[in-house]
Design a protein around this ligand. Sequence first.
Ligand code: NAD
Length: 357
Amino acid sequence: MKVCVLPGDGIGPEIVGQAVRVIEALRRDGIKLEMETALLGGCAVDAAGEPYPEATRKLARAADAVLLGAVGGPQYDTLPREQRPERGLLGIRKDLGLFANLRPAVLYPELANASSLKPEVVAGLDILIVRELTGDIYFGEPRGIEMRNGANGKERVGINTMIYSESEIRRIARVAFEAARKRNRRLCSVDKMNVLECTQLWRDVVTDEAKHYPDVELSHMLVDNAAMQLVRNPKQFDVMVTGNMFGDILSDEASMLTGSIGMLPSASLDEKGKGLYEPIHGSAPDIAGKGVANPLATILSAAMMLRYTFGLEAAAARIEGAVKKVLAQGLRTGDIFEPGTQKVGTREMGDAVIAAL
Ligand code: NAD
């Protein structure tokens, strides 16, 4: 079980450092993960002149999973586009064929006040959004801005193409059904079939795929209603599956229901279950190097890695249980601090999770 560790920039090395300590603590209990570290993002540009260097590519391809911190920082914003840290991120996602993005939005009861919604609407929220990541209108051809003849003579038109093949829909549906099986066995597929033929196909194929998963209850919802239901009554959902563009929007909406960006992990998977695991937040340059960043999103990303790539459900649940325990003990990093709780730094939070394990 090989893990390629990419700390990245900003707070990346601090938070990944704590996740690595948690994995090492599990290693003493017989979970033998091999970890090797490489450069991605701004630190790779500094050292090797490009954001996704060959040495990193080799290691990432050979590994079973990749654990990533975050990339980017203001010092890189003026570089030519191909040298920007974000190019490293897009590069590795494409290189590894990661087509399924899994974003849980979990709100621990202790953090219910962090949400902008009423605590009773969100306390105990636990949903998973499965977003298709390599198709849809973001990649469809033809695309571009061109001159065309219209009623008012020649003018510019902007064009993008929403396109999904049956096989692309089927493979993301399978990931979502499998994920639902690991949870409460309810899957809501989100589309816009009343207007878009592409998503009529989406609905037909997801419905057809459901025959292989009789133990999972499938429902369908139009995307406009889904956006509304996520703020009206988000706890009605277990797993949601949708295309790239709808998923982009709905997963951000869902994550903000929790109000705590430092708590949310994510996974991006390929066809064989290899995955890249990372917190949803960025490199937080404003607090980098201060030892105050919240490492829990990265630690929870490591838990997702154990569950989805290595099939180690019990170990994953143990990490998640340990995180719940430290929150119940009242420990908080600055981003989730409230009066009456105890403020701790990045390393102390890691210590507490390891003690709770
Ligand atoms: P950000 O997520 O880095 O930070 C937003 C705010 O949240 C900041 O105030 C930050 O201090 C806080 N924050 C984020 N993570 C935290 C944590 N773990 N603990 C405590 N506080 C935390 O977003 P941004 O400021 O828009 O972007 C900063 C840099 O990160 C940019 O260069 C951007 O391109 C990059 N970025 C990278 C990724 C990625 O690597 N996947 C994602 C988003 C942004």
